[in-house]
Design a protein around this ligand. Structure first.
Ligand code: ZN
Length: 69
């Protein structure tokens, strides 16, 4: 018998895949923005919902951080 574990990562910050992020959650309006072409640290992304622009930053743990610009 195998116990069922919740595999959901409790860290809700997007993680980079191959150095690129493919989505972000807007810190202004909380909307989830898929980013099909991918973005990396220091790229500029814009929320599709509220229009806020961010500079992508990546923490030492590899978590995405967004700096409003
Ligand atoms: Zn937004």
């Amino acid at each position: 018998m195998s116990a069922t574990y919740d595999l959901d990562d409790d860290d809700d910050a997007p993680k980079a895949k191959g150095g690129l992020f493919y989505e972000f959650d807007c810190t202004e309006c909380d909307a989830n923005n898929p980013w099909a072409e991918g973005f990396k640290a220091k790229d500029e992304v814009t929320c599709h919902y509220c229009g806020q622009s961010f500079e992508a930053r990546v923490s030492e743990e590899g978590k995405l951080k967004l700096k409003p610009i």
